[in-house]
Design a binder for this molecule. Sequence first.
Ligand code: NAI
Length: 258
Amino acid sequence: MESQPFAGQVALVTGAASGIGRAVAQRLARDGAAVALLDVDAAGVAETERVVRALETPVRTVTVTVDVSDAAQVRAAVERAVAALGTPAILVNCAGISRGGPVAGLGLEDWERVQAVNLRGTMLCCQVVTPLMAAAGYGRVVNISSGTGVRVGPGSAAYAASKAGVIALTKALAGELATSGVTANVVAPGITDTAMTRAAFGTREAIEAAAREGRIANPMGEVLEPEDMAAAVAFFALPESRHITGQTLHVNAGAFMP
Ligand code: NAI
């Protein structure tokens, strides 16, 4: 039987309705965690719950519909998750959006919404969940940034700024929580085949061709999968990763090496 390093633990995953968040929920559930599945997309999160419950071993789950940019909603969602499953040992902030364009024509509405979901949403979830973890003396926070938060190209200002912010936020948190038994780290994905990427590239085949032909930096020439990101999240979430905090792990097939 496969080992279950998260047996007896509760994981709270935002953005769990799709892509990387869904893969993270599956991975943590497979590895023994009860999973609280949070997302603004109620139908998507119900589908994730169905997928997770189809795993071989029985998994405890709860789904909560929440806009992570809204402080009151986040507080209520966490309360609901805790009431259903117990205090989270693992928090993974995957909820995110990508919008915008060159600064010259960047609409304030797009700018504000990207910061609100990607950065404020991540901060709010950390703000509500980490005191519970600290009180329990144990926790693993993994925030999803992006390679774009570090290696920034033209036209990505809103998204890149939000993702750079996630890295800075996580470093601050890691320091604040250093003596509490709670770590905080970042996974920074390269271009991964999810709904977000399909919206930009159109099809899986288009992403594969771009990787193969070097149009997206990827020396391995292979498409990154949500499961690749889930594996990195699971690594940070392990009990024995206790001395790893404030770090950013780039899962990008060697696209760049900061
Ligand atoms: P996705 O679009 O498949 O999933 C994002 C999820 O976030 C969706 O389920 C969506 O409903 C949810 N969400 C959006 N706004 C929300 C809100 N206000 N409140 C709650 N949930 C909300 O995209 P993907 O690719 O799985 O993205 C996951 C994370 O990974 C995001 O933070 C994204 O920025 C990041 N990322 C993705 C990359 C990629 O190539 N797919 C590359 C680098 C980072």
